[in-house]
Design a protein around this ligand. Sequence first.
Ligand SMILES: Cc1ncc(COP(=O)(O)O)c(C=O)c1O
Length: 396
Amino acid sequence: MTDPLDILSEELKKIKSNKLFRSMRTIGSMQKPVVRMDGRDIILMCSNNYLSLANHPDLMKTATSAIEEFGVAAGASRLVSGNMPPHEQLEHDIAAFKNTESALVFNSGYHANVGIISAIAGKDTAIVSDELNHASIIDGIRLSKARVYVYKHRDVTMVEDILKSIDTGSNEHKPKKKLIVTDSVFSMDGDIAPLKELVMLAEKYNAIIMIDEAHATGVLGETGRGAAEMLGVSHRIHIQMGTLGKALGSFGAYAAGSKLLVEYFTNKARPFIFSTALPPAVCAVSSKAIELVQKHPELRRKLRDNINFLRNGLKSIGFTMSDDPTPIIPVIIGDADKTMRLSSMLFERGIFVSGIRPPSVPEGTSRLRMTVTAAHTQPMLEKVLEAMKQISKIIQ
Ligand SMILES: Cc1ncc(COP(=O)(O)O)c(C=O)c1O
């Protein structure tokens, strides 16, 4: 008899022969801008810990005292017996931070997107989604069984055409609900969604609008509330989803919006209902991180300076860069194998930038996805630029 796992082994072989096999590297120290890897000090240029809060002393102290008070785990889902004061406090803090009526905490951004979208949307729903939306949005859409209309990246004309065609379709096929969903900062490209235009279209065509602020929370906007704050449209967006594991240096995610939506998700979002609650100390850390983000605008200023320094430096070497004010700076290589070889060459030079390949990005657009944090120093970034200068000769 053949081994029933043989077929999986064949699939893996195919992934390897296509040079798309993934494996993990180990960071042997705290997530600082310089980390220990393979016994060496390496400049970390691919973490989403944008404000370098993941090892902030105040957050570590908060974690320790919350563990002493509440233990290390919640022991059940929130709706059973896992709901504890830090969960409720965090929701209160998120709603205050985002200036919304209410908020609901999810165990991760992945859970949040899958949960929110599959709760709202069903066969009676049309979802209008950017082609570069995060995988968790795509999976939420798949799970919802809604009709999906994918528009070209940031193409608002196409969004309007789609909405118009939905509204003029025959009554028999007309969806009951319409949902426009977009990353606010695109995770692999670092560009920003046209939120003003999307909000106007949502209002014109009576659609629900949801944005994913995973890479914008703590980073963009006057007070770090995100891209919606930066573009002045927060109050016009129904669902502001965001994560706590990136700039906020913690773990988990949220949906911020009206009380009605939070009650709806509490009753209908299956990843919320059927999963053990986050450890209470993680929630206490997130609350403290929200406080730090608001108290320390200089962290965001430093991040912005580093973003500008790196983007301008890469441009002066000859790389094509956008001027987006985000810490995600992709250097598109194209070929997957070449991308991984360049990533290894950077590593030999003491810099860790992971190569991103399909299916994380479209075929032929493999890239070095660089990220910068507030804690990188000028000499570190100069070393990165020097290494990029050396490898630029190979790229061309
Ligand atoms: C845009 C976007 N949304 C959602 C997620 C998922 O968030 P989390 O890592 O908290 O699951 C990510 C993270 O990788 C992301 O980049």
